[in-house]
Design a protein around this ligand. Structure first.
Ligand code: SF4
Length: 323
């Protein structure tokens, strides 16, 4: 056991083994540790693989893992379970939810789908951003991620009405880039919604020549003030192609750790929120190094998906993967 000294994007020192030791121990136990890019640096260092929710679920499926410790929020662990039915999936904290996923309840969505069917005379295709519960995935026709959302929407015939859930900002951006008029659910990520365009513009003035990259979950004003609107995987691809560049980054603050680690040749400045410099996800922050270590040792808490939701939710994910 040791105290681990951490960078600003990492958790405070904790009385748990070093990240490499945690990873080695988990490997011996046959547990795959997956961490989302929005987890703090310590947890990213513990992981066998770091990525966005879809990359992580795909990686787990390819690895044919028997046990997965998923350091992310609940809907991501559910997605990993849906794509890896035989694996046991553990999470460090069962309470790690998501404001975006919580904004769209299955019962409310089912009622709205019925209402739209009556109003439009035909049932709209429901496209769900992957940041939603298994209950919502089971009710929709196809899933998308921020990286493939445009392709998914473009695959739907032009004369077919679309309901897009749950993120109104990602949906609004998709309407802009595809020319569609999708009906948007009124949900938002509480982290991305709070980025301030005024502070962003002030930072841009301070750093002439910088490149601003923002996530499509950001509000329109922030997207419009950005040079590129990209999901986290797209951000990573872009910065790896640059040398000596300064990037203003409009997404959850821990992403900076991953960018600095994988493309250290550039400088990264986090875009601040409206009321403070905090742009960290409080749900992701529930997963601490101590809880991760306890989760590995106890093999729990375990995430399950109710049997009646499993196949329809998995089918929606597989329609996306088939594209
Ligand atoms: S950053 Fe936003 S979308 Fe991601 S888990 Fe946190 S609240 Fe949900």
């Amino acid at each position: 056991m040791t105290s681990v000294s951490t960078s600003p994007s990492q958790a405070a020192p904790v009385d748990v083994p070093e990240p490499a030791e945690i990873r080695r121990w988990a490997t011996e136990q046959g547990i795959l540790i997956l961490a989302h890019s929005y987890q703090d640096g310590f947890i990213q260092e513990c992981a066998h693989f770091v990525g966005d929710s879809l990359e992580l679920a795909r990686y787990a499926a390819e690895e044919d893992a028997e046990a997965i410790c998923f350091a992310g929020v609940h809907f991501m662990a559910e997605t990993a379970k849906l794509l890896n039915p035989s694996a046991r999936v553990f999470v460090p904290d069962m309470e790690a939810g998501c404001s975006l996923a919580s904004s769209c309840k299955g019962a409310d969505l089912a009622t709205y789908q019925q209402h739209l069917e009556q109003k439009l005379g035909k049932r709209p295709v429901t496209v769900a951003y992957i940041n939603c519960t298994a209950e919502v995935k089971a009710l929709c026709d196809i899933i998308c991620t921020s990286g493939n959302a445009r392709e998914v929407v473009d695959s739907i015939p032009q004369d077919q009405p679309i309901l897009f859930v749950p993120d109104m900002h990602l949906g609004g951006w998709l309407n802009e880039v595809t020319g569609r008029e999708m009906i948007l659910w009124n949900g938002a990520c509480q982290v991305h919604e709070l980025f301030s365009v005024d502070t962003l513009r002030a930072l841009q003035a301070e750093h002439p020549g910088c490149i601003t990259i923002s996530h499509p979950e950001c509000p329109k004003a922030v997207r419009d003030a950005s040079d590129h609107v990209l999901g986290t995987a797209g951000m990573l691809r872009m910065v790896k192609q640059q040398e000596g560049q300064t990037f203003l980054v409009g997404t959850e603050g821990n992403m900076i750790y991953r960018l600095e680690r994988e493309a250290p040749q550039n400088t990264y400045i986090p875009a601040p929120g409206a009321s403070c410099a905090c742009n960290l996800c409080p749900f992701m922050a529930l997963n601490t190094p101590e809880k991760l270590w306890a989760c590995l040792q106890e093999r729990g808490p375990e995430v399950t998906v109710p049997a009646e939701l499993f196949e329809p939710a998995r089918a929606s994910l597989q329609r996306m993967l088939a594209l």
